[in-house]
Design a protein around this ligand. Structure first.
Ligand SMILES: [Zn+2]
Ligand SMILES: [Zn+2]
Length: 441
């Protein structure tokens, strides 16, 4: 589009629709770098005015165009017409109806809200009433204008610049710390801090603490006298033990706990601990002193839970953690009780039978109410049994693939897990105590 063509289109546009400087300039955003849409729009209007055929004076045609320019808020045209005794009333911009003038006000509101959050990067988005977007789209189709910027892009860019100048923080399009949404329908601002993700490993030293929060079994989370109106089971969870301390420093709305697998309430998690990620929802503080936090958790939960290796990780780490939990090999220590006294050779048989053995395991009966019934194929690497003083109790170290239910490997779960300790020993075996000694990887 050359300049003559541009002026022709712009003139046709303005004769039909009053457009503010920004909305006009935005349609020709490919012209003149380093100009704002507003400057570009004003320049085009001024060019149109200067381009008028002076010789014909204030002909009807010239007058019409000048009135169109004046209606759209072009001051030189307004002044000129006034000098000729013609007063023209300005008409709100056909596309934005003055909406763009509210950018500074909403940005001020955003800055006020942002004061409560710690962030290094941000991104601005906007909600613009549908009819504004539709008007711009129709106008572009009508005049075949396809190279301009969209009104939302202009708003986001301008607001982003204002916020950057006021805060010194940078715009980040892929992983911003906080997202600012200017809502031109409600004339309000929403700030949404991105969650932070903290990786760590926990050791669970107690046999009466669960990994996650559970709903109160009586009221199902509503709150009743049994749960003292908390809606939660009266059992401390690792999620709460770790989450409450992190939440206190991050000042978020909530935490979500992502474990690399889990152990039963009565199972201890020892050794190097189990990997987990804590997600803090809507944190106000992002730069946390993780050393100090782990010291506080370990002090407050001493004898119950211990955390180590806390560090920040990106969002996609959670998916990797979950995926790896299924295959991460684990080493367990089980205390096994059998119905009939055992001969010594039975334990060496057990050791031989479970050397690199494939186990077929149907979903255990005890978790069937919350897990789909299916057959899992899992591998046991080895079992190292050790007789204790009684001949009806022995200890076994078991190394196996993640996701194998070890209690059922021992009991056989009424034939649903095979082979099992009960099957090989020829007597009912059950796990009376279980510890995870090591989670690999
Ligand atoms: Zn406008
Ligand atoms: Zn309750």
């Amino acid at each position: 589009m050359d300049m003559a063509e541009l002026l022709e289109v712009a003139e046709a546009l303005l004769r039909r629709y009053p457009l503010c400087d920004s909305c006009l300039g935005r349609q020709f955003a490919m012209l003149g770098s380093n100009l704002s849409n507003e400057e570009r729009g004003f320049s085009i209007k001024t060019l149109l005015m200067m381009n008028l055929d002076r010789e014909r004076g204030l002909s009807e045609d010239n007058k019409e165009l000048l009135i169109a320019l004046a209606r759209s808020g072009h001051n030189p045209s307004i002044e000129y017409l006034k000098s000729k005794g013609i007063d023209v009333e300005q008409i709100p911009c056909y596309i934005c109806r003055g909406l763009l003038e509210h950018i500074p006000r909403l940005v001020r509101k955003a800055l006020e809200k942002l004061k409560h959050y710690e962030f290094n990067t941000f991104l601005v988005g906007s909600k613009v009433p549908e009819e504004v977007l539709n008007r711009e789209e129709r106008l572009r189709a009508e005049y075949k204008l396809d190279r301009g910027e969209s009104i939302k892009a202009e708003i986001n860019r301008r607001a982003g610049k204002l916020i950057r100048e006021a805060t010194g923080k940078e715009v980040d399009f892929s992983e911003p710390d906080i997202i600012v949404t200017l809502d031109f329908g409600l004339m309000d601002v929403e700030v949404l801090p991105s969650p932070i993700f903290i990786y760590g490993r926990y050791r669970k030293l107690s046999r009466s603490i669960s990994q996650c929060r559970w709903l109160c079994p009586r009221c199902r989370g509503v709150g009743c006298s049994y749960c003292k109106m908390t809606g939660k089971r009266r059992l401390l969870s690792i999620e709460e033990a770790i989450g409450s301390v992190i939440l206190k420093y991050a000042l978020g709305d909530d935490v979500k706990f992502h474990g690399a697998g889990r152990e039963d309430v009565d199972v201890r998690m020892l050794g190097n601990g189990r990997p987990f990620v804590i997600e803090v929802v809507r944190p106000k503080i992002r730069n946390l002193d993780l050393d100090r936090i782990s010291i506080e958790i370990n002090y407050r939960c001493r004898g119950i839970v211990e955390v180590m290796d806390l560090k920040f990780v990106p969002r996609d780490f959670v998916k990797k953690l979950k995926a790896s939990a299924e295959v991460r090999p684990k080493v367990y220590k089980a205390l096994v009780k059998v119905d009939n006294e055992l001969e010594m050779d039975k334990l060496s048989l057990l050791e031989r039978m479970f050397k690199e053995r494939i186990i077929r395991q149907r979903t255990p009966l005890r978790v069937l109410h919350r897990r789909a019934d299916k057959v899992r194929i899992k591998r046991v690497d080895w079992v190292k049994p050790r007789m204790l003083t009684s001949r009806r109790v022995f200890e076994a170290l078991v190394k196996c693939q993640g996701g194998l239910y070890v209690k059922e490997l021992i009991s056989g779960d009424k034939g649903r897990t095979s082979p099992s300790f009960s099957e090989v020993l020829g007597t009912n075996a059950r796990c009376i105590r279980l510890d995870v000694l090591k989670v690999e990887g």
